[in-house]
Ligand binder design. Sequence first.
Ligand code: ZN
Length: 350
Amino acid sequence: MQTAEHISVENRCRICNESGDHEVFRIREMMFGTQDTFEYFQCRHCECLQISEIPANLSSYYPENYYSHKKIATKNKKWILTSALEKSLINTALFNTNYKLSSIARHFVSLPSYFFRARPTLLQRAGIRDYRARILDIGCGTQALWLQDLQRVGFVNLTGIDPFAKGDFSIGRINILRLDASELAHKTDQKFDVIALNHSLEHIPDQFGTLASINRLLSPDGTCIIRIPTISSMSWKIYGVDWVELDAPRHLYIHSKRSIRELARRAGLELFDTQYDTTAFEFYGSEQYRLNIPLTSPESLWANPESTVFTREQQLEFAERAEKANIDGTAGRACFFFRRTRRSDHPTGT
Ligand SMILES: [Zn+2]
C-alpha cells in the first residue's frame, strides 16, 4: 500500500472505543489540491479509518464552489402528453402499476434521466409503496438535488436537512431545514418511511448520535439507506492514501463493513442488505491523485473531460473495473440498508 508514512500511534477509536496502537496514515487534500496533509488512523479492531483530530477550520474546506453547493439548471418545459406518458412508465417501473398504458407509452417516450438520478433501485429495495412515502434526506446539500429528482418523479412528502443550508426554505413541496439529525429528532415527533444519507455520513462528526437520531426518526417499518465509501474495498488496498474516496479532510470517517454494521447495531439499527454503486470516478480519480492531478484541476477528467490525460480506452477500462467491482462486492462505494432492530431479534436485550 502506498503511504506517505506508516507508523502506529496511541489513539482511541471514536466508533468502537478501542485504544492502543492503530496504524496511522497521512492523507493530502486533493479535491482543490491545497496538498494540506491530515493524519488519519485505522482502528485495529473495527477497521474504521478516521481523522485523528477534526480540524477547527473544517468549514474552510467547503468553499462556495464545493459541488453540493452548486446550483442546477431549472427544469425544461414539456408537452403535457409527453409528461403523462413518462409518468406511466415511472409508475410501472416503481410500483408495477399502469402496465397497459406504459406498454403503449414506451413506443413514444423513454424513462427520463431524472428518474435514474433518483436511484429507483434503492427506493424499490426500501419498500416504497406509493408517492406519499415520507422521505428524509440527511445532508441534502444546499440545492437538495436528490429530493428535486424525487419531486419530479412524483413524490410529495419530501424533507431535507443540512446544517450548511442557507436557512429554512422550500423548493416546491420540498421542505429544507438548516438542522442536523440530532436537532431534527429533538424538534419533531414526525416519522419517516425512508431516511437516506447520500454520501453525507462520512462528513458528520457525531456518528453514533446521528444513527441514534435516525432510529428515533424512522417509522416502525421504515428503511435507512446509507451510501458511503468503504475502506473494505479493493481500491484502498491498491491506491492507499491516493484513493480518491478518502477526500481529506472532509471525510472524517471511512467505515469498514464491520464498523458501520456494529455502530448501527448499537444505535438500534439492523443491516439487512448491502449493494454496491461505484463508478469509473473511483478509478480515474485515484489514478489522477497518483499523478498529482487534483480533482478540480483543468487536466482532471472530472472537471474538464475535454483535456483529460486518459485515452478513450483507459476510460472504458475504468468503467469496466467499476462494473466488475460492483458485482463482486469489492467496490469502494457501498449502499447499506438498515431497519430498526426488532425486539424479537434480540431476546436477551443485547
Ligand atoms: Zn474501532
